[in-house]
Structure formats: C-alpha cells, structure tokens
Ligand binder design. Sequence first.
Ligand code: ADP
Ligand code: MG
Length: 364
Amino acid sequence: MKIVLENLTKIYPNMTKGQPDVHAVDGFNFEIPDGELVGLLGPSGCGKSTTLNLISGLETPTSGKIYFGEDDVTDLPPENRGVGLVFQNYALYPHMTVRENIMFPLGNLKGDKKLSKEVMAEKALEAAKLVQIDSLMDRKPNQMSGGQQQRVAIARALVKMPRVLLLDEPLSNLDARLRLQTREEIRRIQRVTGITTVFVTHDQEEAMSICDRIVVMKDGVVQQIDSPQNVYDYPENLFVAKFLGTPAINVFNGSVKDEKLYIGKEAVLDVKGVEDQDVYVGIRPEGFTLDKNGAFKAKLSRVEVLGRDTSVISFHDACESNPVRSIIPSEDKVDESGEYVRFSLKPFKVHLFSKKDEKRLLFK
Ligand code: ADP
Ligand code: MG
C-alpha cells in the first residue's frame, strides 16, 4: 500500500501570548512506495512523531491530504485506517500474558468481523512466530527482556495485518546490543510481510542501516528524501551533511577563487564550475589521504588506533568543528614527531555549501 502525503501541514497554535505558532510539520509532500521501509530522521522536535501521528490519524492535519493507495484517509479515524502502531515504551498490559496482549486488538472487532477465541489465539500465534516469541506466549511482560517486550508490541501491531506499520523510535528503550538485534529484526519482519513501514528515529546510523529510503527533517520541513547512500554521498545542504555520518563531517570556512578551493591560504582542490565566493567546506573523515606533499595542512594533535583504521586528530584555524577528524587506513603511518600533518583530499568526499542558503554547490 503506497502512502501519499500531499502538502501535509500541522500547526499547533501558540500557548503563550507573544510566542509564534509551532509549525510542527510544514508542507510535507512525499509518495511512500508500496512495500518500502522509510525512515523519518531528524533531531528531537523536528516533527517526526507529528508526521507519524498524522499518518495514523491520532492527529488531524491543519491542511493537506493523506492517501493510502487511492483512498483519501485524511478524515478517517485511526481505527478505520488499518495501521499498526509501535511506540518507544512498548505499552503492554502488565497483567496480561503475551498471548492476551497480542490478541487484544482482535477483541475490538465487532459485528461480522468478530472472531472466536480460537481464531484469535491462532492469529496471535502466527504474529508471535513472525517476531520469534512464540515460545513465550504464557509469560507476563515483566518476565521478559526489553527486546522481547518490544517484539510483543510489534506482534500486537501486526496481528490485524495492517496496511501500514508505523514505528516511533521503537529501539530507544533498548540497550546497545538489543538495539542492533532488534533493528535487524524489524528489517526482516518488514521484508517477510512486505508491509509499507514508516520508522521514526533520531539516530542516523539506525536509519541508514535498515531503511530503503530516508526522509531528513528539520523544524518541520523536509530537507532531503533519498536512499541512505545518496543522502550520505550527495547531501543537499549543510544540515543534512552534518546530521549523517560518524564521526561527523568536518566543516571549514573556505573560499573559491578562479575555480580553486582555498582553506586558509592553501589551494586544496580544483572546483570547476563554482563562482568566486566564500563557502562552507564539508570534508568527510574518510576524505583525507595522508600525503607529505598534500596541500591541506593541520596541526597534529594525536593519533588514535582503531584497529582496522586509524583516526588522526588535528586542528585547523579555518575549521568550524575543531578538532579535525580524519580516518585513514591503518597501513598509512603518521609521523607523530612532526608538528603538522598533511593530507590530499578526495574530491568525492568534499562538499561545498553556499554561505547564503547553505545549499550544496556542485563542482567538477
Ligand atoms: P519529534 O518527534 O521529531 O521529536 P514532534 O513531532 O513530537 O517532534 O514535535 C514537533 C514540534 O511540535 C515540537 O516543536 C513540539 O514541541 C511541537 N508539538 C508537538 N506536539 C504538540 C502539541 N500537542 N501541542 C503543541 N506543540 C506540540
Ligand atoms: Mg518524537
């Protein structure tokens, strides 16, 4: 089931006099393709949950439309939309067993949709098998780990075979190891069921690792929609470049003159097609090559051995995000006796952004 968001906007009126209204979601246009796992990514308060709640029907938009397939669901109450919801706090009923928790949404079915106890138990077992907790059906939530509880919550969301699965920061309450495991699990379940899924997270690595497509948001406004690799490789603006990647992209104040990029006094790269101007320069940590004749020169601070590769920490006067972090292969040995370290730059890993609107400037 594809989901279409058409100019979707949610404005919360100001609570305090003199304060502006909150544009939680502002003119969101997107067609989520059928069967995809799409990530809504952005910092806290950027409008991810509001977007999800608009899709589920828990919130009504100020303006704009939502379609599931060809159906306009904008005015449909949540229970008639066929969505499965999973939240950060699993919100299981503590006095019910796993089986009863998963069956619960089926008990609400009325009229000719009403199911017998046996059929409900059968469906609950199917959903439990999908998330691999079918051996725990008689346990209570407090007898399970956080990861298992979240699986129960996912099974409960799946038991009615929703048209759309909506997950709001489902991994945030889990410890690091379970978070990794459970995110793989979500990917697997989504693949097996083929249910169109929207996954909200503030964690870029989480979004990158499991989503088919990522929507990056800031202040209620969509910044970029693309595959994880493209969002990383071709950020449309400085915000997106800074939000994705660990360690984060290094940002410098630079300038372009005669199609050459200057950081400080040194011309560090040819940038054909860019007009003379001051720019922000983003350089990914893996964009540096150790080179004793390299034009980029920074004050060496220390070298951290990471095993597979090496992290070089240095300082540069033009850097906005000091220290400069460079990741180089472990075979490349840094002369640690020197005061400075020199690099050449990989053009594909260097991004220029306009100082006017922070949009990316293309160069050859
Ligand atoms: P996120 O999920 O990305 O952290 P939210 O969608 O929860 O962000 O919130 C987006 C913005 O809308 C925030 O500025 C938040 O304070 C505001 N907001 C959310 N819900 C309400 C509400 N019920 N009333 C007023 N403002 C709200
Ligand atoms: Mg939220």
